[in-house]
Design a protein around this ligand. Structure first.
Ligand code: PBG
Length: 329
């Protein structure tokens, strides 16, 4: 006996969920390794590969190992790498950050020589290079001197591009640094090199594992005097807008998971390519839950990355890049 139902009174969404082929046909958001950027922590030495305890599967690696990583990144179709350098010595002014033979500059040269087609992005900041661990020059009152710092950051950016970097990414959150970097690059003949600014970057607890990995924790105080208050969303839009006015080519929201609303707002408001940084603490949380047997790794990771993409990010900086690229293949 068949029951007659007034099917016009409700919608049958399940029609399009009946098979993977059907679901795949109507899928709105697709991840692609080409939109991932994989961060690398480069240290002095040779044959070094030290696992970062709080970030299982991520390593501090020497330049020769980074070259091996680069080959793998290229073969997986990942969009690019983001270089963080850990210098052999730190000082008050972070001088190795802008030395032509600094760790990041040497890493960039080696990577571009070995893999000329790989997009090499550099993180432009001083915190890994300063003895005090802050992102700039410290004043007597313990705060960071904005305007002296941006001159140094401009030098860092120029030295990275001289070494061959394709794209520079200032992560310091000083005011005016994008303008300072843009004009320094232009004066040095690098008017064609784009800037990806960490535009709305918050003072976040989720950078904890990174600071262990990059040995960049501040030795006193915190970064709340320059990084954004996570509570502010209108201010985040003003930060992004001002970086665009100063000449940013790509803008970033960071962290990603706690800021899907900011990613969505920025996507609606600005037409530039938008990046989101799926930060170390987000990675560590997921890995810990997987290790405890609480989450299914592949599904959870891809769902998380899909959420960031669906919110509006074109580019996702993520420690999951290699594994996700393998799962997507
Ligand atoms: C450097 C920098 C940080 C991150 C990227 N660049 C740390 C910080 O600002 O303290 C965080 C990345 C992550 O947590 O994965 N300024």
């Amino acid at each position: 006996m068949t029951t007659t139902r007034a099917t016009e009174t409700f919608r049958r969404f399940r029609r399009l969920r009946s098979s993977e082929a059907m679901r795949s046909l109507v899928r709105e958001t697709r991840l692609s390794p080409a939109g991932f950027v994989y961060p690398l922590f480069v240290v002095p030495g040779e044959g070094v590969r030290t696992e970062i305890a709080s970030m299982p599967g991520q390593y501090q690696i020497s330049i020769d190992e980074a070259v091996r990583e680069a080959e793998e990144v290229v073969s997986l179709g990942i969009g690019g790498v983001l270089i963080f350098g850990l210098p052999s010595a730190k000082d008050e002014a972070g001088s190795e950050a802008y030395a032509s033979d600094g760790i990041a500059q040497r890493a960039v040269r080696a990577l571009k020589t070995a893999q000329p087609d790989l997009l090499v992005i550099t993180d432009v900041c001083l915190c890994e290079y300063t003895s005090h661990g802050h992102c700039g020059i410290i004043l007597d009152d313990g705060s960071v001197d904005n305007d002296r710092t941006i001159d140094l950051l401009a030098q860092v950016a120029v030295s990275h591009v001289e070494a061959g970097a394709d794209l520079v990414a200032p992560s310091d959150m000083m005011d005016g640094r994008v303008a300072a970097i843009r004009s320094a690059l232009d004066r040095s003949g690098f008017e064609s090199t784009p800037i990806m600014s960490y535009a709305a970057k918050q003072a976040s607890a989720f950078y904890g594992p990174f600071r262990v990995a990059a040995e960049s924790a501040p030795q006193f105080g915190d970064r709340r005097g320059y990084q954004m208050d996570p509570a502010n969303s209108r201010e985040a839009m003003r930060e992004i807008e001002s970086d665009i006015e100063e000449g940013a080519d790509i803008v970033m929201v960071k962290p990603a998971l706690t800021n899907l609303d900011l990613i969505a707002r920025a996507r609606e408001r600005f037409d530039l390519p938008l990046a989101a940084y799926n930060v170390s603490g987000e990675y560590a949380m997921l890995k810990a839950a997987v290790a405890a047997g609480y989450l299914e790794e592949e599904r959870a990771t891809l769902e998380l990355l899909t959420g960031i993409k669906r919110a509006g990010a074109d580019i996702i900086l993520t420690y999951h890049a290699k594994e996700a690229a393998r799962w997507l293949a």
